[in-house]
Design a binder for this molecule. Structure first.
Ligand code: ATP
Ligand code: MG
Length: 196
């Protein structure tokens, strides 16, 4: 019993060691967080926290910003290593002015492009990007082109539901967060510090 456990663990370790040895490429990666469950944007914010812990420089782009500031926006505001491009609040369902929404999306994307062309920025988070593409507010092929031609060591994190096949194809790591349960459906209000 003891012996077979040891053997199994040795085999596992040898396999993991071989995988670690094979992983010898060092480059900027694209992480895509999609799906209907909660945890996409907050995961991206966790990666910002990781990056800042190593003194890396971060560009945070946020589409579909709500009227209420999120805790992380308040926390990261004025952080010396974080540059932000936040879409003006009061988007779409408030204004019902499609032309204005498209204009705001384009303005935010123009700021995002500056981050994606700046080798001094180590991590660019593009929060809620998928909606801009799915609503047809931004041209996907132009976005993919800019992301593909970013500085070699720059990491990009993209969030939003219903990511397109093209976004999945250009990404290195893709996670789909499944909605198993959400407190909101039990009539629990969005909670400060957890949901925003
Ligand atoms: P979070 O920012 O909490 O990580 P998210 O980015 O995965 O969430 P979004 O679709 O961007 O999810 O929605 C943001 C807000 O909507 C958050 O307040 C979140 O708690 C809430 N939310 C996320 N998923 C669901 C869901 N399945 N049902 C109801 N509310 C949700
Ligand atoms: Mg989100």
């Amino acid at each position: 019993m003891e012996n077979s456990y040891k053997k199994r663990m040795q085999k596992k370790k040898a396999y993991i060691d071989s995988r670690i040895e094979a992983a010898n490429i060092d480059k900027g990666i694209i992480v895509l967080l999609t799906g209907n469950g909660k945890g996409k944007s907050s995961s991206a914010m966790g990666m910002i926290c990781r990056a800042l812990g190593y003194d890396l420089k971060v560009g945070l782009v946020r589409f579909l910003k709500g009227a209420q500031d999120t805790g992380e926006d308040l926390f990261l505001n004025n952080h010396e290593n974080v540059s932000t491009a936040l879409m003006e609040s009061g988007f779409t369902w408030d204004t019902q002015d499609k032309k204005l929404d498209i204009q705001k999306a384009a303005e935010t994307w123009n700021k995002a492009k500056i981050f994606l062309q700046d080798p001094a920025i180590d991590l660019v988070v593009i929060d809620e990007l998928t909606y801009m593409i799915n609503y047809g507010y931004l041209d996907e092929s132009g976005i993919l082109e800019i992301i593909n031609h970013r500085p070699e060591n720059q990491h990009v994190v993209i969030t939003g539901r219903a990511a397109s096949k093209a976004l999945i194809d250009i990404s290195d790591t893709v996670s789909e967060i499944q909605d198993v349960k959400h407190a909101f459906r039990a009539n629990i209000k969005a909670q400060k510090g957890v949901d925003y």
